[in-house]
Ligand binder design. Structure first.
Ligand code: MLT
Length: 240
């Protein structure tokens, strides 16, 4: 069975992949870990994207998996690119959804610092109201809204802080994308306000031979907001 490693977004956990696990587990060995600090992977400790890549390599080693498809949504995409940069030989295919390759600019870094200060002052209770309107398209299905809210509420203050720090300090991969030499699919949400469709298009254009897919009826969390279309795109790509 082909292995498929799914890396979740911020500040969610592995449960955001439930619709993909249900649809794909009979055909693929699906691995959807909680990253450090989130979900069941406690307690948190500060980490960098590089260390997260090492965590994933250790996990694949322990499962005896040599190569796999790596798919990440948003922060999961940042981690996927860090993993690619350190361990390209472990990837057979790559899916970059609602994500970008460049590092944060100064304005974005300042916004990260403001968010860290707000979490330190008031805890992750501030996150749902700040993030939900940006993560999901307007009028997203109520059950999706509730599920995402619940995952955000479960994130601990330190996990959220460390993840924001890791995102703020991540390396810029935008000038090395031409070196990606395996099948890659870039996914965007038609209504994503965090990573705009045109930025995803530019990401796809920078990766030789990549496939570019727009998920209709979806904001930033395309795999959750329109799982039917996301799964169709993913399966089409995996069965290539
Ligand atoms: C995510 O969805 O993982 C984050 O919003 C990404 C980010 O803040 O850059």
């Amino acid at each position: 069975m082909q292995a498929l490693l799914l890396i979740h977004a911020f500040p969610l956990n592995r449960r955001m992949w439930d619709p993909q696990i249900a649809a794909l587990k009979s055909e693929f060995e699906v691995i959807a870990p909680d990253i450090r600090g989130f979900g069941e992977y406690q307690p948190p400790s500060p980490w960098t994207m590089d260390e997260m890549a090492d965590d994933l390599r250790t996990m694949l080693d322990s499962l005896g998996i040599q190569t796999c498809t790596v798919a990440g949504v948003s922060m999961g995409g940042y981690i996927a690119l860090a993993f690619w940069s350190k361990y390209p030989e472990r990837i057979s295919r790559l899916v970059l959804a609602n994500t970008r390759a460049r590092a944060d600019n100064e304005t974005e870094k300042n916004a990260r610092n403001e968010m860290i200060a707000a979490i330190q002052q008031n805890g992750t209770a501030i996150l749902p109201d700040r993030m939900l309107p940006r993560l999901l398209r307007p009028n997203a299905p109520h059950d999706v809204l509730l599920a995402v809210r619940k995952m955000i509420e479960e994130a601990s203050d330190s996990a959220a802080t460390y993840a924001v720090m890791a995102m703020r300090d991540r390396v810029d991969f935008s000038t090395s994308l031409h070196r990606i030499n395996f099948p890659t699919m870039v996914v965007t949400g038609a209504d994503d306000v965090i990573i705009r469709a045109e930025d995803s298009r530019a990401l796809a254009d920078a990766i030789p031979g990549s496939r570019f897919i727009t998920i209709p009826g979806s904001g930033h969390l395309s795999n959750l907001e329109n799982p039917e279309e996301f799964n169709r795109a993913l399966l089409g790509f995996l069965r290539l």
